[in-house]
Design a protein around this ligand. Sequence first.
Ligand SMILES: Cc1cc2nc3c(=O)[nH]c(=O)nc-3n(C[C@H](O)[C@H](O)[C@H](O)COP(=O)(O)OP(=O)(O)OC[C@H]3O[C@@H](n4cnc5c(N)ncnc54)[C@H](O)[C@@H]3O)c2cc1C
Length: 490
Amino acid sequence: MLTATLIILLSIFSLASSSQSQSQSTTDVCIIGSGIAGSSVAHFLRKYSPTISQIRIFERHPVVGGRMATVTIAGETFEAGASILHPKNYHALNFTHMLNLKVKGPSASDSSFSLGIWDGQKFLFKTIDSDSKSQLVQYFISFANSIRMLFRYGISLIKMNNFVEVTVDNFLKYYESKESRPVFSSVEEMLKWADLYNLTTQTLEEELVGLKFSPLLIQELITVITRINYGQSVRISGLAGAVSLAGSGGDLWSVEGGNWQMAAGLIDRSNVTLHLQEEISLITDVGGFYELNSTNGNSYTCQITVVATPLDELTTQFIPEIYIPERKLQHTHATFVRGVLNPAYFGLNAVSDIPELVGTIESSELPFTCISVLKEHSANDFTYKLFSRQSLTDALLDQIFSIRNETLRINWGAYPHYHAPEVFAPFILDDMHLYYVNAFENAASTMETSAVSAENMARLILSRLAGQQPSGSYGLKSSTSDSNLQHPEL
Ligand SMILES: Cc1cc2nc3c(=O)[nH]c(=O)nc-3n(C[C@H](O)[C@H](O)[C@H](O)COP(=O)(O)OP(=O)(O)OC[C@H]3O[C@@H](n4cnc5c(N)ncnc54)[C@H](O)[C@@H]3O)c2cc1C
């Protein structure tokens, strides 16, 4: 949920907003949602087909980007939602380069310089930290921390890396050339082709117990990671869990100035008519076309309609009704505080003893899932980000912080509440041209998975328009040959 305090300077892209548009018009493709999914669908449709005449994107908010958004606290801008990208997120990398955006290394919080695992009473584990700027000192500290982790969690730590690598390698199949990669008409088909489906049939915990991971590693470090990334326990699906673990590795990155610029740039380049502050409230099948009605009182006729937002909490009506499996969104409350943590809350003497990233284990008594330092402005002035499942009251924040100069809260309908076995909504919501990109979010919710789903969606739309059988015409090849990987020219 964007608050008025979210400042996103979209205007520099001078995207045309035509919310006072005509009361009736014809168009080819209408996309609901201007996040990475909607903007990527527009990008790939333009890339793969010169014949799509018009693309409209509807966005209920005054800014594009959706869950990619920034907050500004005392003049400094920070990611408020989706913050980190994996080094092998090739669509995002490609967008960033194509749009002349700058790649930024991770902030202290994201690379978790010092980590503490808090159980509500004490730190179960803490890495060592140093203020030294010397590379040699940092190298030794990092080495010492690896040894300490190995001592605590044993050989399972190495198994964890292997588990993540195998999953990431399978995911890379989605970047294979179009000639060897089928068009998928369902999420299940898409996951099975990349050998990822089985991971959605059991929980991360079941998966890791099966792989003989140490119980301590699962209860502590892995739980910390799933709580940070998905606000949920290790009972999320194995696939969402693996994606979550992949997001805790090294070389993570973001777009300097805000990840939302990927969506803005893609929309800008794709010759899209953007309707900002125009919420679609009704989608009616009028026989061969869809009529979209907005809360602004406008009506649009679309040959193809793409829903590029989670439908779970949406009030948009469909005539005739559509049926998708019930799915709950996990709400993550992001609280940004400019101030200083209270060391006494953590049973410590000095602020400097508090790790830069405080992760937590599963406990009903814990009011937050993590606290991280976004920036140290001076020894007595920090910006922090807290994630929690419930809103944090002022009274509680006054216990956690000794100084609190500015507080900003966002309640995100953040990602699906994951289950195993996972159930997937269809990509095609009727037997015509009503599509749902975010069905893929039940596999895993990230900027890159949205882009991957969007790329397949563009191909699905075009192949169905051309009257082709989506996957049959390409054949279900399962080649993993590296020679098929075509990352740079995606
Ligand atoms: C707190 C948080 C942290 C996260 N961290 C990461 C991370 O570090 N890395 C990562 O890769 N991912 C992360 N994610 C997940 C990531 O943000 C999402 O998976 C991704 O951004 C989803 O993009 P989308 O385009 O599919 O949906 P959205 O970004 O939600 O876009 C949907 C858009 O549709 C608009 N809309 C909805 N209904 C209507 C309507 N009726 N009419 C018009 N417009 C409508 C919405 O306003 C929104 O702008 C995080 C998410 C959250 C909330």
